[in-house]
Each structure stands twice: as C-alpha cells, then as structure tokens.
Ligand binder design. Structure first.
Ligand SMILES: Cc1cc2nc3c(=O)[nH]c(=O)nc-3n(C[C@H](O)[C@H](O)[C@H](O)COP(=O)(O)O)c2cc1C
Length: 92
C-alpha cells in the first residue's frame, strides 16, 4: 500500500443504510431482540455472527475485553464456553 493513512481514511464508518428501530415495538425481553437481530445478521451473510465481546474487571477494577463465541441464548442470558482458570473465569 502506497499511502496507508489515505487507504484507511477512505474506509467508510457506519456505512448505511440502516433499518429503522421503533423502541415501542421492541420485544419485552432483550434476548428476544437479540435473536431477531442475530437472524438478520445470518440472513445478510455476516461472518461469524455468533462472535461476541466479553468485558470483565480484575481485582483492581481494571477492565479486560476479549472475543468469545456464543454457545446459546435464552431467557436466562447468553452462554459461552471457557476455562474457569482463565482471566475471564477469575474476573467479575
Ligand atoms: C473468533 C474468536 C473466538 C473465540 N472464542 C473463544 C471461546 O469461545 N472461548 C474462549 O475461552 N476463548 C475464545 N477465544 C479466545 C479469547 O478471545 C481469549 O483470547 C482467551 O479466551 C483468553 O482470554 P482471557 O485470558 O482474557 O481469559 C476466541 C478468540 C477468537 C479470536
């Protein structure tokens, strides 16, 4: 790439069009809206739509974030698989 800065600046941010969102018509529970949006992502060929970011804080209150794969979603929440010995397993 000849001019990296120029190439980066040509990349569009939040390139629409975006669907409308009527909050009063949203499902009662957040996971139901997530499932609707998840299906839209699948239908539109989004790569790895089941990737999520999990953020936690360590004992000093400093934050960590990492990518995980969603394993399931239901009325009780979002499920992921990992080791309880990992940083994310130890943090809150
Ligand atoms: C696409 C992708 C999917 C990942 N999925 C998982 C996962 O499902 N579970 C997991 O423990 N780590 C997963 N990882 C690795 C985590 O992002 C992370 O690096 C690792 O779990 C260590 O995190 P921690 O030291 O903050 O606990 C994934 C990484 C990528 C890039």
């Amino acid at each position: 790439m000849d001019d990296t800065r120029k190439v980066i600046r040509q990349s569009k941010t939040l390139k629409g069009p975006f669907p409308g969102f009527n909050i009063s018509a949203a499902p009662e529970l957040p996971y139901q809206l997530f499932l609707e949006w998840f299906q839209v992502a699948i239908d539109n060929g989004v790569h790895e739509p089941h990737a999520m970011t999990l953020s936690t804080t360590d004992e000093n209150g400093d934050s960590d974030s990492r990518v995980l794969i969603i394993k399931d979603v239901d009325e009780n929440g979002w499920y992921f698989a990992s080791s309880s010995l990992s940083e994310k397993g130890k943090q809150s």
